[in-house]
Ligand binder design. Structure first.
Ligand code: ME8
Length: 520
């Protein structure tokens, strides 16, 4: 297929604040996008997958000051941590955006200018509560009392009283258009429970939004009024179009990829993506993204993850201890995507040993060892397929459609469960068909059974390339599937294993995790 004819898919992660070291939460969001990007590429799409860092704002300025270095130097250092994470987690992002880049300053200022020209922004004065930690304004009624009588944001962040000249975005005017937009685009916000939350928030009334600050300077200057810098969220959200070449709307990437197919975010920042962002875009007469998915929150052995509790889970630690693919699998398998989830080492070990090592790893190993020993290390010749064979092979071949539909709903856990239904069925089929016994009684039938199993493993591995790319690649190597025949173009009969193809010596792909104390 020529590139021009391919359908497009543009998926984005939030751009992360650089003041924290990357942790499991950041790794999770980007991982989910990575799996979608890999799936869509294999499924014939032309994909753009964007991640990056959010480097402006008062919080970052304060962190730089605390370290005694200039904000630019600080952000250069810490942004690199997120690039390193992308490499360590095997993310396949096509671009990495930093909001301190020139392309981004240009895009923000152009968007601002458009909003000014369309009379969507006006100069006023801001008086109210601001939480630096959330980089968000709060109404008096939203605040709660802290343990020492101090005022706190609903998120628990400390707030400060702010009074300063400010530009305002006419958000109030977009209340009804936003409600109409949600109504006309029922899939715009997911999951549904979150959609309802956003709708009731908007129905509650929207105030105009302060979109510039004068009391610090680390940000994009407001065009024509240097005393102001842009509100960090207006700046940050714009990254999604900067990366497409905006303000040049004829740029190839803008034409190809905007509006985005999916903004993946955590539930903490849904309001910015599902309310402010479409309002800014509608106000600038630009197309709105197709979907925003807000996933849940990870806790650690039951506790909220926080620096002060000292229980931040480092993705590096997980990868070093359990392996990259094992970590990727666990994160998407353990918790229904959208729900909150709790990390526990025991749960990680259970998934890795019972599902990866036992169910899938052993299946592949058993089948390939039998083929190696009994079929001259070559793909056996299948005879006529029986009802039993089809009872395994047909669901395996149906998996692509099932997984595609699940991933279009961002239901990673459903996708993996449907794959595991087939993996478990394949294990039951091995036991039932007993190819080791057939070797003595009906060698042709043994070949058929082993071929059906290899085909099943091939289909599973093709799909698992998205979640466990290295291990699935090794499985496909062992099935002698050529590197250029691993996309979904080769699904089903199109890529069926050919009898007589020589196979390499099988090797285990998913090691069991053995506690050090037990392993010694
Ligand atoms: O909010 N569990 O950046 P941020 C799951 N710069 N996901 C988590 C998590 C946890 N415990 N902790 C963090 C910002 N995340 C802005 C975004 S976008 C235009 C600007 C993930 O560094 C989750 O995706 O605070 C959450 O939304 C994001 O990190 C917040 O990252």
């Amino acid at each position: 297929m020529a590139a021009a004819e391919k359908p497009r898919y543009y998926v984005t992660t939030p751009i992360y604040y650089v003041n924290d070291a990357p942790h499991i939460g950041h790794a999770y969001t980007t991982l989910a996008c990575d799996v979608l990007a890999r799936f869509k590429r294999l499924d014939g799409y032309d994909v753009k997958f964007l991640t990056g860092t959010d480097e402006h704002g008062q919080k970052v300025e304060k962190s730089a000051m605390a370290r005694g270095i200039a904000p630019q130097e600080f952000t250069d250092q810490v942004s690199q941590n997120f690039r390193d994470l992308a490499a360590a987690m095997g993310y396949s992002n096509d671009d990495f955006i930093r909001t301190t880049e020139e392309r981004h300053r240009k895009a923000c200022q152009a968007l601002w200018q458009t909003l000014i020209e369309r009379d969507e922004i006006y100069l006023g004065a801001y008086k109210g509560w601001y939480a630096v930690r959330d980089e968000a304004f709060y109404g008096e009624g939203e605040l709660k009392d802290g343990p020492n009588g101090e005022k706190l944001a609903p998120t628990g962040a400390p707030v400060e009283w702010v009074e300063e000249p400010s530009y305002f975005f006419r958000l109030s005017k977009w209340q009804q258009p936003l409600l109409d937009f949600y109504e006309q685009n029922p899939d715009f916000i997911a999951p549904d429970s979150r959609r309802n939350e956003v709708i009731s928030f908007v129905k509650g009334g929207l105030n105009d939004l302060s979109v510039s600050r004068t009391t610090f300077s680390w940000g994009v200057p407001v065009p024509g009024d240097d005393a102001h810098i842009m509100y960090v969220w207006l700046d940050a959200l714009t990254n999604y179009i900067t990366a497409c070449g905006y303000p040049d709307q004829s740029a190839a990437d803008y034409q190809a990829y905007w509006p985005a197919s999916l903004h993946m975010v955590g539930k903490d920042i849904l309001r910015f993506h599902a309310v402010y962002w479409p309002a800014f875009l509608m106000a600038a007469n630009l197309p709105t993204p197709q979907r925003v998915f807000a996933h849940g929150w990870w806790t650690n052995e039951g506790q909220k993850i926080s620096k002060s509790l000292g229980n931040v889970i480092s993705p590096y630690e997980l990868v070093n201890r359990y392996g990259l693919d094992q970590t990727r699998y666990f994160l998407l398998r353990e918790v229904p995507f959208g729900n909150d989830g709790d990390f526990s080492h025991q749960a990680m070990i259970n998934r890795m040993n019972s599902e990866l090592a036992n169910d899938l790893g052993n299946l592949a190993q058993r089948v390939l060892s039998m083929v190696n020993k009994n079929c001259d290390a070559a793909v056996p010749t299948p005879g006529p397929l029986t009802e039993h064979d089809l009872a395994l092979l047909t669901p395996a071949r149906d998996l692509l459609a099932t997984v595609r539909a699940a991933l279009d709903r961002q239901a990673f856990h459903d996708a993996l469960e449907s794959i595991w239904v087939v993996v478990r069925a394949a294990n039951a089929y091995v036991d039932h068909q007993a190819p080791w016994a057939l070797r003595k009684t009906d060698i042709d039938r043994m070949g058929t059974v082993l071929w059906v199993l290899m085909e099943t493993v091939r289909h599973v591995a093709l799909l698992m390339q998205t979640v466990v790319p290295t291990s699935a690649g090794l499985m496909l190597d062992q099935l002698a599937v050529p590197a250029d025949q691993r996309s979904f173009e080769f699904w089903g009969e199109a890529g069926a294993l050919k009898a007589g193809t020589a196979l390499p010596k099988p090797q285990g792909v998913f090691p069991r995790y053995v506690e050090e104390s037990q392993g010694a």
